[in-house]
Design a protein around this ligand. Structure first.
Ligand code: SF4
Length: 82
């Protein structure tokens, strides 16, 4: 019995390098890599597919409310990391 990608309920989307996308349901808002309104994750910073304005250090201004990528690391409500 085999499975094909067309059988998957969810599909990976976003940029090829980091998977950055802006259509939720997760978001940068609760990620430990968000510093103010910029992302400090090195793979996201190096991702040419992330077409965002950048700060002087090359950190992209991500969409805090709707952006996300495969490197998201959420902060638990108690301030502990997942
Ligand atoms: S979810 Fe991804 S793009 Fe958003 S802040 Fe975290 S590491 Fe950066």
């Amino acid at each position: 019995m085999g499975f094909d990608a067309k059988d998957a309920k969810y599909r990976e989307e976003g940029t090829p390098v980091s998977g950055y996308a802006e259509n939720g349901p997760y978001h940068c808002e609760d990620c430990v890599h968000l510093e103010g309104r910029v992302c400090a994750h090195p793979v996201v910073m190096a991702d040419p597919g992330v077409k965002k304005k950048r700060d002087a250090d090359g950190r992209p201004y991500v969409n805090v409310e709707h952006g996300c990528c495969r490197f998201v690391r959420q902060i638990k409500p108690a301030g502990k990391f997942e």
